[in-house]
Write a protein that binds this ligand. Structure first.
Ligand SMILES: [Zn+2]
Length: 321
């Protein structure tokens, strides 16, 4: 494929290169069928709320840093998210990053969480005796935190200034599954800097670029706009951090078990897919027997694939420069 200029006026939000390769075209009518199957009124409302000219996005990959980002680079507002979350359950209580970050803390660390939602992580911090405070764009989320006795404040649109940070006091800033939703990714790093003590750590969790659906090149509507504006690489994470005074130390990948990897490799293998599509493959016990019979082979293959496939999340660790 030849590199082409993306839509006029659009540059990579991570590295500002203007050279990108076009990827998939995304039609909002098609997307929103997945968000609320069978509910056409809600689907149409979502499309209206997204407010994208022509109801279409295009994904493109930056030729310099590998970031995949959409054009137009415009995230839907709170109303779109509220309607989506009424129709889809997207907040798992258990997340790898909830365990991983506390395991990396030092005594005396205090946490500021950007995008705290209804306070799942803040509660864990409280239970573990770690001082923590959250902020969120959603008033409902902040209310839920306050009702649970957690410290949280509303982050108004307009960002850093509007938030009014007098105290630059947190030794650790975290932002879990926030960056990929933003149409101005730099604003997250700005905000983190405004809230952080000097030499603070910043932990940014985002969807892994080694998650199975990406490794197999599969269509995943939740990993596309209007839900995800961007898909990140290590280089894009590094360059964005540097521009905002954050030095990238390391990127961690959520582990995936060999058995889970074997499940993915089995169900995506040509032999299994042909069998599953045949009349015999429709017989439940037979399908299971064939699938399990393939596991040992796929576990060996999985071992060779190694770290090319990870769990769902990756985590960038920065230090304030
Ligand atoms: Zn770039």
């Amino acid at each position: 494929m030849n590199a082409i200029d993306p839509h006029p006026g659009i540059t990579c939000p991570a590295c500002h290169s203007t050279v990108a390769i076009p990827l998939e075209e995304i039609d909002l009518t098609t997307q929103h069928r997945e968000y609320a199957p069978g509910k056409t009124t809600i689907q149409e409302r979502l499309t209206t709320l997204a407010g994208v000219p022509g109801n279409r996005y295009r994904m493109q990959r930056c030729q310099r840093c590998g970031l995949e980002y959409c054009s137009p680079l415009r995230a839907p507002g709170n109303e779109w998210y509220e309607l989506v979350y009424q129709n889809l359950s997207l907040y798992p209580g258990k997340r790898w990053e909830f365990e991983f970050v506390p395991s990396q803390l030092a005594t005396g660390d205090t946490i500021g969480e950007i995008g705290c939602g209804s306070g799942e992580f803040l509660k864990r911090c409280r239970d573990a005796g770690i001082p923590a405070e959250g902020m969120d764009f959603s008033n409902d989320a902040v209310e839920a935190c306050l009702a649970a006795g957690l410290k949280a404040k509303l982050l108004a649109l307009g960002g850093v200034q509007a938030a009014g940070f007098a105290e630059n006091n947190h030794s650790t800033i975290v932002a879990f599954q926030v960056l990929e939703h933003l149409d101005e990714p730099n604003s997250l790093f700005d905000l983190a800097a405004a809230w952080a003590a000097s030499k603070a750590d910043l932990w940014v969790a985002i969807p892994s670029n080694r998650r199975p659906s990406r490794w197999f090149g599969e269509w995943d509507f939740l990993d596309q706009p209007p839900h995800h504006m961007t898909r990140w690489t290590e280089l894009a994470l590094k360059l964005t951090g540097e521009q905002n005074g954050w030095k990238l130390n390391q990127v961690f990948y959520e582990p995936i078990s060999l058995l889970t990897k074997a499940w993915w490799l089995t169900t995506r293998s040509g032999f299994y897919k042909s069998f599953a599509a045949s009349p015999l493959g429709k017989i439940g016990p037979l399908e299971k027997a064939v699938r399990l019979a393939l596991y040992p082979l796929m576990m060996v293959r999985g071992a060779f694939v190694g770290k090319a496939i990870s769990g769902q999340t990756m985590m960038a660790h920065y230090t304030r420069a």
